[in-house]
Ligand binder design. Structure first.
Ligand code: COA
Length: 173
């Protein structure tokens, strides 16, 4: 499978929304339904609009990448650098279930980590739920560590903040 990660562009938006909604609905039904309120899931799904994708694509401190597998949109990742602080947050990553376990989630994450390093970031964090074991496995594999337990956070549900720090470049001789 030929996997390519690139920035989201306007003509990709409609298909990316479809892929993300199907990916998150599959995740909800298979992993989250006993943990995350259905109302919360439905609210989150409602945020997948062309207006929001466009805004996030155009935000000067934002990033929004998609993965194409053999030319088909298979997943996406988006987030932002908090101004000029060097601290970044990954807000969302998902891969469509038809493409799971083909290295696409890892490719999206690695592309983002390289992008953030090139932007001079020193730290990246994300918030995840304890039931999202595939995601936690992916983050641990890439060197993220659990940094904080967020008790009764969004919708009164516990989350885990996971983070990775980038090594500073040194000018050693
Ligand atoms: C998490 C997710 C993005 C992984 O995407 P993917 O393309 O299937 O993952 P990859 O094939 O790149 O796997 C990379 C690593 O992730 C981990 N991983 C992926 N799926 C896993 C699973 N089902 N169980 C355990 N670890 C898993 C493994 O460490 C894997 O490395 P390995 O193949 O050497 O074992 C995907 O499962 C997904 O979209 N989940 C639903 C949405 C979600 O949970 N998003 C994160 C919100 S915080």
């Amino acid at each position: 499978m030929n996997v390519r990660v690139r920035a989201l562009e306007e003509p990709d938006i409609e298909e990316t929304i479809r892929v993300m909604k199907e990916a998150w609905t599959d995740s909800y039904e298979s992993l989250e339904s006993d943990y995350y309120p259905r109302e919360a899931h439905e609210f989150d799904m409602g945020l997948n609009t062309a207006e929001r994708y466009t805004a996030s694509m155009e935000y000067e401190y934002g990033f929004f990448f998609i993965a194409e597998a053999d030319g088909r949109i298979a997943g996406s990742i988006r987030g932002e650098i908090i101004g000029k602080s060097g601290f970044a947050m990954i807000r969302n990553i998902a891969v469509h279930p038809d493409f799971h376990r083909n290295g696409i989630g890892q490719a999206l994450m690695e592309h983002t980590l390289e992008y953030l390093k090139a932007k001079g970031c020193h730290k990246v964090s994300l918030n995840t739920m304890p039931v999202l074991l595939p995601a936690i496995g992916l983050y641990l594999k890439l060197g993220f560590v659990p940094e904080a337990y967020l008790a009764k956070q969004w919708w009164g549900v516990d989350f885990i903040c996971m983070s990775k720090w980038f090594e500073k470049k040194t000018n050693s001789a």
